[in-house]
Write a protein that binds this ligand. Sequence first.
Ligand code: NDP
Length: 460
Amino acid sequence: MSESYDYDLFVIGAGSGGVRAARLAALDGKRVGVAEGHRIGGTCVIQGCVPKKFMVYASEVSHHLKVAEGYGWTIPEAHFSWKSFIECKDIEIARLSGIYAANLAKAGADVFHAHGRLKDAHTVELVGKDRTVTARTILIATGGKPWVPDALPGIEHAITSEEAFHLSDLPRSIVVVGGGYIAVEFAGIFAGLGVETTLVYRGPNILRGFDDDVRAHLAGELERRGIRVVLGCQHAEIRKEGDRLISVMETGQSFESDQVMFATGRVPNTHDLGLEAAGVTLTEGGAIAVDAFSRTSVPNIWAIGDVTDRMNLTPVAIREAVAFHQTVFRDTPSRFDYEAVPTAVFSQPPVGVVGLSEAEARKAVGPVDIYLTRFRPMKYAFMGLDERTLMKLVVEPESNRVLGVHIVGPDAPEMIQLAAIAVKAGLTKAQWDATCALHPTAAEELVTLREKQPVLDMAG
Ligand code: NDP
């Protein structure tokens, strides 16, 4: 039956999710084709998580230099070369993209460097290649792209994260717009690199949806790191005056800067995919509508990752790909379990979270026990730095289960990956406490929290 098609599986989009699905199927001996209009690797590798983390590493060095002085190091005036950083970053990204491409080839998948557009439920046009291919199963994994308010006067002067990865020069000053992951991360990156940084967000505090203690704590820490955080504030216009940009706000305030970066969310990349021709339906928000197994409204067409706008994280797209492969090619219907997915914001200091916020937990189970501590990281003891780490556990009183863990401070993402094992396993606070502390670490606080709220400020 499958012989009547060119491919058993054709994947549109070679990002984290698409590549994983393609490789798994190809390694099973299926005939697999992949279309990618840009570079192999997708948002995560090319213009997301990976280059962003390199930028965070570069940026954090300025903080490490300050810490070093606290420990007696004399450091001659340090200089940062944006140009040489960008060159190194681009070389590494090209290497990683090459590995993705090589792995696809090694697995036996055909890669077409072309935009894939559906002509019908089994046919994909490779745009610009004057070619169509047919497949029994099609997987759409085209990711997302930045969204900006197009109607805002002067929006054409603003950049998004995509351009931020390729700026020819580091600006002297920047206004970063938004209060989500990308805004907070890039504000930290620029500030650490010595750029005068203003973060403007329309809401009452950054990181809507995160635990309120995390939001308040991080906003304070960002300001301590020199970021001007302006809340309750939205653009009315961006005016260009010579080389400078004037952000005119609805409040009447205005901010002058070299660059304005909008990080106001991302939208599913559904443009020009021929979804209508194939009969694939969208959600109200414009994502590809799928069931719990990632099947679209057309039985042989599936979709995973950011284009479905479920939980837009790389490891989630990869797990969705694995579940898709199990369901379609291993005859084992599988769905990804979205509970207790850990997440990190690579702000400076970073945030790590798994499970429910205090507000979410109260909504889900009623009253909860809160264990919370704030302390100065030991590393900063000699520096007169007032930076604090926040750790918070949300516990269900009846079952004693730890429902949520929230950390703001150095190494929070590393800690939260491991804490996620315990939260996912449904361990109780008593089981956390039965785990012996490892001293001296920050993480030991997680197993030595004894006092319920009212909060004891350990920093004293
Ligand atoms: P988010 O959805 O996280 O945040 C968007 C921000 O823009 C919100 O603060 C939102 O405000 C604000 N906003 C939306 N519309 C407007 C507007 N018209 N004017 C002013 N502000 C506006 O999006 P991001 O772009 O930061 O990131 C996209 C997604 O990518 C994330 O949600 C996450 O899933 C993923 N990501 C994950 C990372 C990680 O794991 N570390 C890193 C980067 C991205 P409001 O809150 O009021 O709606």
